[in-house]
Ligand binder design. Structure first.
Ligand code: SF4
Length: 203
C-alpha cells in the first residue's frame, strides 16, 4: 500500500515525500497570502483571483465559461463573483452581438488599479525564488512544469497554457531539447512558458 507523504516515519526517509509535503506547505502560503489580501480589501479570494486574471488576459479568455475552467469552478460561482465585482464598480460587461447571453468582462479604471495592487500578493514567495541560483531556477521550473503537466493529463487541474500541453511544442527536435514550431525557435529551459498567450491545445 502507498504510504502517505504526511506519515513522518515514511516522509523523513524519502526525498519524494518531503517534496510533496513541502509543496503542500507552499500551497498553504499562497492561500494565507491571498486570504490576507482579501480581508484587507473586503473581497473574497476568488474575486481577487478573477481581478488578477482579467488584468493579464485577452478578450476571448475574459468570459465566465473560460474562467470557470481556469479556476476549476462552476459557472454559477464565477457569475456570482462577477455580479459582486460589478456592484462594486470594479468590472463592466460588454455583451456580444451574436449571442446576448455571452459577454466579455472588462476592468473599470478602479478595478484595474485594485488588480495591479493585488497582483503583488505573492511578493513573499517571489523574494526567496529571486535568490535562487540560475541553474536551480531552471531545474525547479522544469520540475514544476512536469508536475503540472501530469496533473493536467490526469484531470486534476484543467486549462493549462504551458509549452508541454501546446500543439506547437516539440521536444528533442533538430537536436534541441525544447522547440516552439510557432515561433520557429528553440526554447531554453528558462524560456519555457507557464502561461503563453499563443498557446494552442494539442488536438
Ligand atoms: S506557442 Fe507558446 S506555449 Fe506553445 S510552444 Fe510556443 S512558446 Fe510554448
Amino acid at each position: 500500500m502507498n504510504k502517505s507523504p504526511f506519515d513522518l516515519s515514511h516522509q523523513n526517509l524519502t526525498v519524494d515525500s518531503k517534496i510533496v509535503a513541502a509543496l503542500e506547505r507552499i500551497s498553504q502560503a499562497f492561500r494565507v497570502l491571498l486570504w490576507n489580501e482579501s480581508k484587507e480589501l473586503s473581497l473574497s479570494p476568488i474575486q481577487i483571483q478573477v481581478l488578477i486574471f482579467l488584468l493579464y488576459h485577452s478578450d476571448e479568455k475574459r468570459k465566465v465559461s473560460y474562467m470557470a475552467h481556469e479556476f476549476n469552478m462552476t459557472k454559477a460561482t464565477i457569475s456570482d463573483s462577477i455580479k459582486s465585482l460589478e456592484q462594486k464598480e470594479l468590472i463592466s460587461k460588454e455583451y456580444e452581438q451574436h449571442d446576448t447571453r455571452s459577454y466579455i468582462i472588462h476592468l473599470t479604471p478602479k478595478g484595474k488599479e485594485l488588480a495591479e495592487q493585488t497582483a503583488l500578493f505573492t511578493n513573499e514567495i517571489q523574494t526567496p525564488v529571486n535568490k535562487l541560483l540560475p541553474d536551480d531556477k531552471e531545474n525547479l521550473l522544469l520540475s514544476l512544469l512536469n508536475i503540472i503537466s501530469h496533473l493536467n493529463k490526469t484531470g486534476v487541474i484543467t486549462i493549462q497554457r504551458m509549452c508541454m500541453s501546446c500543439r506547437h511544442y516539440k521536444t528533442n527536435y533538430n537536436g534541441e531539447a525544447h522547440f516552439c514550431a510557432l515561433l520557429n525557435t528553440k526554447l531554453e529551459t528558462s524560456e519555457l512558458r507557464v502561461d503563453c498567450p499563443e498557446h494552442e491545445l494539442v488536438k
